[in-house]
Design a protein. Structure first.
Length: 90
């Protein structure tokens, strides 16, 4: 059996790195909307999906992604929920 070049299950680093870029991610977290990449195991080893938890309800994206695609999908969901639910204070 060959050695893995990258540890499966280790979360990918953020590709958005400034506070401004992470605004929607931070907003979701502060409003009890957690969106996270999740590694898959068994027959789907090496693939990832995205778990969305809004307060007490949990959903899973049906898509299968690479680790890096899953992280980008997290940001897409954060942007979506931010735009859908935020109250514009301006």
């Amino acid at each position: 059996m060959g050695k893995l070049t990258e540890e499966h299950g280790k979360y990918p680093p953020h590709t958005r790195t400034t506070v401004e870029e992470l605004e929607t991610y931070i907003w979701c977290f502060a409003n009890r909307i957690t969106i996270a990449p999740m590694p898959l195991w068994g027959d789907e080893f090496g693939k990832w999906t995205v778990r969305i938890k809004i307060i007490d309800k949990e959903h899973q994206d049906p898509g299968r992604y690479t680790k890096w695609e899953a992280m980008e999908k997290v940001y897409e969901y954060c942007d979506y929920y931010y735009n859908k639910y935020r109250k514009d204070d301006k």
